[in-house]
Ligand binder design. Structure first.
Ligand code: SF4
Length: 702
């Protein structure tokens, strides 16, 4: 660095990309960030970071950062306007829509990437102040399945683990998780495990993680539910279960044992393609393990039967007694940096603090804690994301506020999203960048500050609340989302509702109170300073909590959150794949993470020259050499992939890491979701991104 940029101070904060929640040391000159290094004594990453973390600052500086609100004029041009004009337009248009079509005709779509305090402010403003009922997060696309699976099985949405469990297991089972690139620092913790663990990977693709596994079960796509039931079948029939634990702590075991009877190794071999010997060996490995941890992520969550599949994983942990002890657990790894904050405090499908909109006692508690009129709190849950989109198609929703997310790229049914924009009377998009596919279509664009330009907290996958700090100035007139929400409250005329929320930490203090006596009780966290000094704190942390981080895994006492203290086994038969390959579309398309250097719709990662150098710029499709030969496709040639919904031109990446009959396209490229099928898990309404029927052929557009 030149002398003028030599740092004169350092501060620590959490990374703003993924749910790992690494600590980063931000080096400052005159209170402004000049560079960063991973924090050596942060308990999550102990000095490690992935490329996205290293490049976190560089993406703040980009010519397409929003610096002024942009309002579309009568000629369709986006014109820069001052904040007061923007907020008047925002409130007038939304109020007009509500007057004409009813209060619930405006809705919001938000994110797992804002600090918890901003989520809570938005959820409170829209539901208690603006009279909205419907608002959901893009977290619906990544972890809604895990939420429902945990609530039904444990009685509360409670991932039970700490990251130290990666290092303490002697058997690690990864289902639908390419940990190596999707959560590289968690993978490093697996690599540090001193117990030479068995690593069993269930994944149709030979991913980077599968290559490093000791057992790779390359099952047929979406046969995971049958395979997991098949493992349970063997464990039960061999007597490899923890009967005393089941008797004391688990409900519905006999029914479950009866249910999995038909999932014989022979049947599962036929369905999954995994030999009965391999299945038996995997079950035996789990039986032999003293500390078995089972982990899952998007391969499970993004499925038309994700909830029951996640619960099949939970069931394995419960019947073998692998929960509540070091190195064990049924552990959902989440995606975005604050998906866990959204799960508890976004006020979308949960009332603030993991409460229930439909429960009068919960509404009363929230009303008295926040000193608001109880009648302001809706008595119904919001529609899920897909229902909001449908509501727009049916002209029930006419105004939409999209915050910090890019559904024009990421929504499973991209063609429908384009249609809904045409049907809306007013679309407001609030984002760091004015150039996203979604922001470009907005009637009103509001420029937002990004990570590093504002304060708040994130909650990571292991339930650790970490601190976010302001270490850079947002460009031009861009404002923190928190300030935009406060402005909206002011212009809407409900400022007094939120009088005591002047700063993000004021919201944090309210959320603490709301968490009292809940499983996520954080009343013992005094303030931001305490979070800063402690390197984040995992929930629960009630007043007087003395446990260290390494002890703060859940269910150590065998008590779950259902009223009888027991966990519930949940199960049902597998459903048919909604769109299996057929004569016309003979391949099965899966989508997912491409590299460790790409993030979601690449809104941020594409801004870093370093990151751009680490992944292919052009969309590509992975296909097996046999299929390439059959279709007359050469490596690196241009191909066309078609589904019933659209066509995509991509480069052929011919690789044996994908099985014949299957294709894979990373989700980071805009065209990918022109192909995917809008189908959802019935319990969580999470989209099933990883299965649709397609065909592939050499392209004539070279
Ligand atoms: Fe940031 Fe996740 Fe990378 Fe850690 S692993 S540096 S939290 S993106």
């Amino acid at each position: 660095l030149p002398t003028t940029k030599q740092p004169d101070a350092t501060t620590t904060m959490v990374c703003g990309y993924c749910s790992t929640g690494c600590g980063l040391n931000i080096h400052l000159k005159d209170d402004e960030a000049v560079n960063l290094t991973p924090t050596v004594d942060y308990p999550v990453n102990t000095g490690m970071a992935c490329p996205k973390g290293w490049e976190a600052l560089s993406v703040l500086d980009s010519p397409d950062r929003g610096t002024m609100p942009l309002l579309r004029d009568d000629h369709g041009r986006r014109v820069p306007v001052k904040w007061d004009i923007a907020m008047q337009a925002f409130c007038n248009r939304f109020k007009d829509i509500q007057a004409k079509h009813g209060n619930h005709s405006v809705a919001f779509l938000s994110t797992g990437q804002m600090p918890t305090e901003e989520m809570a402010y938005l959820g409170s403003l829209t539901k208690f102040g603006m009279g909205m009922l419907h608002g959901d997060g893009n977290t619906r696309q990544c972890m809604a399945t895990a939420v429902v699976a945990y609530k039904q099985a444990f009685g509360f949405d409670a991932p039970p683990y700490t990251y130290q469990d990666f290092e303490e297991s002697d058997v690690i089972v990864l289902v639908g998780s390419n940990l190596c690139i999707a959560h590289p620092i968690m993978w490093q913790r697996v690599c540090r495990n001193p117990h030479n663990p068995e690593i069993i990977v269930l994944d149709p693709r030979t991913t980077e993680t599968a290559v490093a596994a000791t057992q790779h079960l390359a099952l047929n796509p979406k046969s995971d539910l049958e395979l997991l039931y098949g493992i349970a079948h063997i464990l039960i029939s061999e007597g490899w279960i923890d009967e005393p634990f089941i008797r004391q702590h688990v409900n519905e075991f006999d029914e479950f044992a009866q249910h999995v009877e038909k999932y014989t190794p022979e049947y599962v071999e036929r369905v999954s393609g995994i030999s009965k010997e391999s299945l038996h060996y995997a079950a035996r490995t789990i039986h032999k393990g003293k500390r078995v941890s089972l982990w899952w992520t998007m391969g499970v969550n993004q499925s038309y039967q994700g909830v029951r599949t996640a619960q099949a994983i939970i069931n394995l942990a419960l019947i073998t007694g692998n929960i509540g002890r070091p190195g064990t657990g049924a552990n959902s790894i989440t995606g975005q940096c604050n998906a866990m904050g959204s799960r508890l405090f976004s006020n979308t499908t949960n009332l603030l603090g993991g409460h229930d909109f439909k429960n009068p006692e919960h509404r009363q508690k929230v009303a008295s804690t926040l000193h608001i009129d109880e009648n302001l709190i809706p008595t119904e849950d919001s529609w899920a994301y897909d229902r909001i989109i449908e509501g727009i198609l049916r002209d029930e929703i006419k105004g939409l506020w999209v915050i910090c997310t890019n559904p024009a790229h990421s929504w499973i049914n991209q063609n429908t999203y384009k249609e809904i924009v045409e049907r809306l009377d007013f679309l407001v998009v609030q984002d760091m960048y004015h150039s996203t596919e979604t922001a470009q279509r907005a009637d009103l664009y509001l420029p937002a500050a990004g990570w590093g330009e504002k304060e708040g907290t994130f909650i990571n996958s292991e339930r650790r609340i970490g601190l976010l700090k302001k270490v850079a100035k947002a460009p031009g007139k861009a404002l923190a989302d928190f300030s935009i929400f406060r402005l909206a409250a002011h212009y809407w005329g409900c400022e007094d509702l939120f009088e005591k929320w002047q700063e993000p930490e004021d919201v944090f203090q309210s959320l603490k109170e709301l968490s009292r006596h809940q499983p996520c009780d954080i009343t013992g966290v005094e303030n931001y300073q305490m979070l800063d000094q402690r390197g984040g704190i995992q929930w629960p942390y009630p007043e007087g909590c003395k446990e260290s981080d390494t002890q703060r895994r859940l269910f150590a006492d065998g008590r779950f959150f259902h009223p009888d203290g027991k966990a519930q086994l949940l199960f049902e038969d597998s459903r048919d794949m909604p769109e299996p390959p057929n004569e016309r579309y003979p391949y099965l398309l899966m989508t997912g993470r491409g590299t460790a250097s790409q993030w979601h719709t690449q809104t941020r990662t594409s801004k870093s020259a370093v990151l751009r150098g680490l992944y292919p710029q052009e969309i590509y499709v992975e296909l097996n050499p046999q299929d390439a030969r059959r279709e007359g496709i050469r490596p690196n040639s241009v191909v066309q992939v078609d589904s019933q919904r659209g066509s995509v031109t991509a480069k052929a990446f011919v690789t044996p890491t994908i099985s014949p009959g299957q294709l894979f396209i990373p989700m980071h490229y805009e065209a990918t979701n022109q192909l995917t099928l809008a189908h959802f898990d019935p319990y969580s309404r999470q989209p099933s991104y990883k299965n649709c029927a397609v065909r592939i052929s050499p392209s004539h557009h070279v």
